[in-house]
Design a protein around this ligand. Sequence first.
Ligand SMILES: [Zn+2]
Ligand SMILES: [Zn+2]
Length: 105
Amino acid sequence: MEQKRIEGLWDCVFCSTKGIRARFDTCPNCGKPRGIDTLFYLPDDIESAELTKEEAAKTTNEPDWLCEYCDHYNRSDVAVCQKCGAPRTGAKKNYGTLHHLTGKF
Ligand SMILES: [Zn+2]
Ligand SMILES: [Zn+2]
C-alpha cells in the first residue's frame, strides 16, 4: 500500500481568495493569517495536488500547533515555537490536520 500525501486547501475569509495551499499560513493575497476555524478541503484535481517526495518530507500528518504567544503556526514535530521560542506546552489550541492522506490499495 502506497500512501500519497495531498496538500489541503483553504479559503481566505477576509478577501475570499480560494484554494490557498495548506503550506501557507497567511493569505498570499491580503496577508491575513488564516483563522482558527479554517476548514481545509481537498482539491478537485487530486493528482496535481500530490506532494512530491521532497515536499512530503517537509510536512507531517500531525496537526500544526499555534503558539499562544505570537500566533505563529508550528509544525507538529517541533517542541518550541519557531518564531518566538515559546514551549509547545504553552499552546492551548491545537488545529485540525492540515494534510490529508489518500491511499491506493
Ligand atoms: Zn485574503
Ligand atoms: Zn511563538
